[in-house]
Design a binder for this molecule. Structure first.
Ligand SMILES: Cc1cc2nc3c(=O)[nH]c(=O)nc-3n(C[C@H](O)[C@H](O)[C@H](O)COP(=O)(O)O)c2cc1C
Length: 402
């Protein structure tokens, strides 16, 4: 059973009086689905934007709005919730609430809990650009950072006023992802250092054209995220235009040359390397500095071999002990098992994850994968079709059971 950072965790979600309050309902739903017990606190202003009923329906729990509401035979909520919480999230956080927290002005339940709790706190500010940029807010944010409080965003984008600017609340998905990261510290992979590659490389032909493949990076991202959620220190080397993952060191690259360089430079002290990227085997021998004109009816493009990344790692493992474990991927359209076994031997891998790219539910650009995990000792785990996240967790189970 993979470690799920939010499973059985007690999360307090504070919602304050901004337009983005409606997005907190989506965040609540995500937290509940991830197995957390979620207690929601609405400030008085927040209730002008969204009702307690929405959150009560999503959490199946009482929603707190009043610091003076004391249920019979129970401790005051600001004491009880503050001590029970594993994580306090305030999303959206208004300029007002941020200012009150930094000044210790606990005149409502949410701020009293924010000040009373020992749990980690994650704050997602949302406000109009001038409010965000005002020195008062900026000094308060600096103070929160100094205290070790996690501040996420705000993002730049369209604000409720219609203006494009800084101050938009970070999207619920990203807040959720950061919450997972914060609560993943004690996972079963805590203390492990892992390196993951993702995506298809791009090999330039000229300033407008390139050679690539169908890889979207989904498998590599799932592998990186699963490790992050289990507490590992993760470095992800991924092809360009890739989204960041909270708590994951992202190294964007484009070509096989850059991928090779970054992999070799980041191997030190790595417990496991998972090569999920689809690296080009060939690249144009010459990259034209000008756009190639459409003239001849037949155009021949000479290709040369790219760096063999796995071979370089194999050589490095003879002189240093890192990485302790290397897992390759083999995307095959025929003779899956034979090709994978040959690759494992040739490249000195510990495991290979072989996937059949001819299936509609496996391989490139799908959310599922049908793989075989083959060990250097000849063991074969032929897995049924499952989500890439599930495959990722099984890969880590196999790697660290070694
Ligand atoms: C329509 C409307 C939208 C608002 N949006 C925000 C906002 O996004 N961020 C903010 O800091 N304040 C916003 N405010 C002001 C806050 O609601 C106000 O400062 C309030 O006192 C905040 O109380 P609270 O921090 O206890 O929730 C808005 C007010 C109105 C009327």
């Amino acid at each position: 059973m993979p470690f799920k950072p939010l499973q059985n965790k007690h999360v307090i979600l504070g919602v304050t009086g901004g337009i983005a309050a409606y997005k907190s309902a989506m965040l609540t739903s995500q937290l509940v689905r991830a197995g957390a017990t979620v207690d929601v606190i609405l400030t008085e202003a927040a209730q002008r934007f969204i009702t307690p009923l929405t959150f009560q329906a999503l959490t199946h729990r009482r929603v707190y709005t009043d610091i003076f509401y004391l249920p019979p035979n129970e401790s005051a909520p600001h004491v009880a919730l503050a001590s029970e919480a594993d994580l306090l999230i305030i999303a959206p956080a208004t300029a007002n609430t941020i200012a009150k927290i930094t000044n210790g002005l606990s005149d409502n339940l949410l701020i009293a809990i924010a000040i009373a709790t020992d749990a980690p706190v994650l704050i997602a500010p949302a406000m109009e650009t001038h409010m965000w940029q005002h020195p008062a807010t900026q000094i308060n944010i600096t103070t929160l950072n100094k205290w070790g409080i996690n501040v996420i965003g705000p993002a730049t984008g369209r604000l409720a006023s219609g203006v494009i600017g800084e101050g938009r609340m970070t999207e619920p998905d990203e807040i959720f992802d950061t919450a997972c990261h914060i609560l993943s510290k004690h996972g079963d992979m805590a203390g492990k250092r892992v390196l993951v590659t993702a995506g298809g490389t791009r090999e330039d032909i000229d300033p407008v054209r390139y050679l690539t493949n169908h890889s979207t990076g989904r498998m590599g991202y799932a592998v990186a995220k699963a490790a992050r959620n289990r507490g590992a220190y993760v470095t992800l080397i991924s092809t360009a235009f890739c989204p960041t993952l909270a708590g994951v060191k992202l190294i964007p690259v484009t070509s096989a040359y850059e991928m090779n360089k970054e992999v070799l430079e980041n191997l030190m002290h790595v417990d496991a390397l998972i090569m999920a990227a689809a690296v080009a085997d060939y690249r144009p021998e010459h990259v034209s500095s000008h756009k190639i004109k459409k003239e001849a009816s037949l155009f021949m493009l000479a290709l040369e071999r790219t760096e063999d990344i796995l071979q370089g790692i194999y050589n490095q493992r003879h002189v240093a002990k890192w990485p302790k474990c290397v897992v390759g991927f083999a995307a095959e359209s025929e003779h899956l098992q034979e090709n994978a076994l040959a690759k494992i031997k040739k490249k000195g891998l510990d495991f290979i994850v072989a996937n059949d790219i001819t299936r509609h539910d496996s391989g490139f650009a799908t959310d599922t994968n049908k793989v075989m995990i083959i060990g250097a000792d000849g063991t074969i785990a032929d897995l049924p079709t499952m989500t890439k996240t599930e495959v990722a967790h099984i890969i880590w189970d196999v790697v660290f059971a070694k």
